[in-house]
Design a protein around this ligand. Sequence first.
Ligand SMILES: [Cu+2]
Length: 173
Amino acid sequence: MKRIAGFVFGLLMLPVAADAQEFKAGGITVIAPWARATPGGAKVGGAYLELKASAAAGDRLVSATSTAAGTVEIHEHINEGGVMKMRRVDGLAVPGGASVMLKPGGYHLMLMDLKQPLEQGDKLQLTLTFEKAGSVAVEGLVAPLGAMAADDDAGQGASRPGKPPAKGGGHKH
Ligand SMILES: [Cu+2]
């Protein structure tokens, strides 16, 4: 039974592994970029990915651009007196040997002035610029509306007073 279960599990995992795209620049690896689909009329959206630095090459993400957006900002979510807010940060350090996740409820790339809604299945082109590694073009996929998040206030940039802070990505972006 063990062997069969392992075999089935392996089959299920295959597509995920095949989809996990990696892009390299210097000591930095950008893993599996994705964005969340946006409702019609939304002018902002969130994009997510993983950044890995080789042991000898810590670096810092300093900016990003996208063909889909007028500008892209690096944002973080903070818990301010029990209220989740997001704010712009100047850059995102990736220490040597470390991995930094950009994910809903945490760090994310804020796509501002979207040229059109992000639709599920669309490709998303991003260019990330690092302090040392320079610029790298990456491509991600647009996931369904609200993917990996319970609620959908994408792009409002506003907190929801009274809403309890959710652990593990309850808040969006
Ligand atoms: Cu944001």
